[in-house]
Design a protein around this ligand. Structure first.
Ligand code: BDP
Length: 325
């Protein structure tokens, strides 16, 4: 039933969006999607792409940014991108693992030593390779954006050690690695769309979730889940995708402009991200939330079985990422 509902939803959305694009069948208007609000650094990155593309094409190519999940949850927007209905899509690399399993490597806990290591990997051969693999599933990778580190928050208690998670229902993104991670730490993983999390915590369907400080604040989750435990278990990058169906029809000169605009937007987003992270933590503390910084080692030890589980499929990539100095 769920599947049928989701399929009908995607079809209806597809129809709605294509009708709204009817006069521009040749795609002189590109639809860009993000599930965050207009002020969030990723969405501002898309606005930067819009500014550059419209300027450099002399207005021949326009970009319309649809933010705040107006076009659906991430999984749905990824499908719409494959279909060529959404042209530019900024999503987390986490749900991408269901479309291209190697992307799952970015969701492994503590796979990156720190932000510097993460960016070396993303800007290097591995980032390029995994990005290129998405062409097989209908998407061209334009850029990675920063998303900092994700940590647990909940409405029950501070998480100082993995066993504090026992019995808690924690929302996760729709990605097998995230489900294993949270279950492996002793909590009960509940996959759910980002947009549903606030009311699910409020009504007690779940006890909490996990995310970076800016998301914790802009979604209002910090109002309903007051304990924020900075275990920083993952650093899952954001990714900016272009529908391959549309890309293949775009003149080479415009592809170059779009690709360059995305590269500029990446530096811009990373700058904005730093400030947003600091502002997020400041807002959390000012709201009187209980923030704790647990010792990471017990968490690192507790997640080792996940590495064993994924060794067969992702082992080569894991070793290569770890070897990046
Ligand atoms: C945020 C990402 C957003 C995801 C969300 C989530 O920026 O793309 O949808 O996490 O948890 O950090 O689903």
């Amino acid at each position: 039933m769920k599947f049928i509902e989701a399929t009908i939803y995607v079809l209806l959305l597809a129809l709605a969006v294509s009708f709204s694009l009817a006069p521009q069948v040749d795609k002189r208007v590109l639809i860009a999607s993000d599930d965050h609000n207009a002020e969030y650094p990723t969405t501002k990155g898309l606005y930067k792409i819009k500014e550059i593309v419209e300027r450099e094409t002399g207005g021949a190519l326009k970009v319309v940014v649809r933010h705040s999940a107006q076009l659906g949850s991430e999984k749905e927007t990824i499908e719409l991108t494959q279909m060529g209905i959404i042209d530019i899509n900024r999503v987390s690399c986490s749900p991408m693992a269901s479309f291209s399993p190697n992307m799952g490597v970015f969701s492994l806990p503590y796979i990156f030593r720190d932000s510097g290591h993460e960016w070396k990997v993303l800007d290097g051969a591995i980032g390029r390779e995994l990005g290129r693999e998405l062409e097989r599933v209908g998407m061209v990778t334009l850029a990675y954006y920063d998303s900092g580190a994700r940590s647990f928050y909940n409405k029950r208690r501070p998480i100082n050690k993995p066993s504090d998670l026992e019995g808690l229902k924690i929302r996760v993104q729709k990605n097998p690695v995230m489900i294993d991670l949270v279950n492996g730490l002793g909590a009960s993983a509940t996959p759910m769309a980002f947009e549903e999390v606030y009311s699910a915590i409020q009504t007690g369907v779940i006890d909490g979730a996990e995310n970076n400080p800016p998301s914790y604040v802009t979604t209002g989750h910090y109002e309903v889940a007051k304990y924020y435990s900075l275990d920083e278990h993952t650093r899952i990058p954001e990714i900016v995708l272009f529908s391959k169906k549309v890309w293949d029809r775009l003149p080479e000169s415009e592809r170059e402009i779009v690709a360059r605009a995305a590269r500029v937007s990446q530096d811009y987003q990373i700058e904005l991200w730093k400030a947003k992270e600091e502002a997020g933590m400041k807002a959390v503390r000012e709201a009187g939330n209980k923030v704790n910084v647990p010792d990471k080692q017990p968490f690192i030890d507790a997640v080792q079985p996940i590495y064993d589980k994924y060794a067969a499929d992702l082992g080569g990539l894991i070793k290569r990422i770890q070897a990046v100095k």
